[in-house]
Design a protein around this ligand. Structure first.
Ligand SMILES: NC(=O)c1ccc[n+]([C@@H]2O[C@H](COP(=O)([O-])OP(=O)(O)OC[C@H]3O[C@@H](n4cnc5c(N)ncnc54)[C@H](OP(=O)(O)O)[C@@H]3O)[C@@H](O)[C@H]2O)c1
Length: 211
């Protein structure tokens, strides 16, 4: 598949590295294709650097790895993504009454807000629940890390599940896109524990069942 990664920050870079050598074509969408960060990533992953809208237009799957405050304008500038799978890695983080948390929740989610900006796109919420580093390098974990996804289109979720498996995750379907309302706060559990456990960011959640 042709995968466009929009935003080559921590998440975008990790995902490009994780999907390199998996047989997918990587289209790396960046505002500055001459940025050394971007050119280095392209040479490391074999990806092609393109302006974001060109990358998205050519892709089957568009991965959004943008800061939430930039998301609306940057997403709308991508043009018509109807029919494409859109992976939403973003968390609508900010300060609320002096506390770090989600600026959207309970009655909607970042992913549902995003879907409203992209009519006809098959939005799947996932890859928002662990730190960027573990998305590219998780083979030394004692359990396969779980990654939940939420979306309204079952065939899109099947394609995304295969992409998650290629990254080393155990994909689990949380249900329709409204379940992003539980997956976005779940990211805060990871952030909280990354700060409190004293073991840094090199960890993830696992789903383990007793036989
Ligand atoms: N960091 C994590 O561990 C982590 C984990 C899970 C989810 N997330 C979520 O994933 C998203 C990205 O996080 P990140 O840590 O990768 O952020 P980041 O390192 O700040 O990178 C974001 C990238 O978005 C692009 N960008 C920034 N402003 C833009 C604008 N106005 N228009 C277009 N593109 C813009 C830039 O890429 P270009 O310069 O290449 O265009 C930038 O490098 C966030 O919503 C975050 O909550 C982060």
């Amino acid at each position: 598949m042709k995968l466009a990664i929009i935003g080559l920050g921590r998440v975008g870079q990790s995902l490009a590295k994780g999907w390199s050598e998996t047989g997918h074509i990587l289209l790396l969408g960046t505002r500055d294709t001459s940025d050394p960060k971007a050119t280095t990533l392209a040479s490391q992953t074999g990806g092609t650097l393109l302006p974001p809208a060109e990358a998205a237009a050519q892709a089957d799957v568009v991965v959004l790895a943008l800061p939430w405050p930039a998301a609306e304008a940057a997403t709308k500038a991508l043009g018509d993504l109807a029919g494409k799978i859109v992976i939403d890695c973003m968390n609508p983080l900010g300060m609320i009454d002096g506390l770090f948390g989600l600026t959207i929740g309970h009655t909607t989610s970042g992913a549902e807000t995003l879907a409203g900006w992209l009519p006809g796109a098959k939005v799947v919420k996932t890859l928002n629940q662990v730190g960027a580093e573990i998305m590219a390098d998780n083979t030394r974990l004692p359990h396969r890390p779980v990654m939940f996804m939420a979306g309204d289109d079952d065939s899109a979720k099947a394609s995304v599940a295969a992409l998650l498996t290629a990254l080393g995750f155990d994909p689990q379907d949380a249900g329709d896109l409204t379940k992003a309302r539980i997956l976005e706060p779940f990211a805060l559990v990871w952030i909280n524990q990354a700060l409190r456990r004293g073991n840094g960011r090199n960890w993830a959640f696992a789903a383990v069942s007793q036989p």
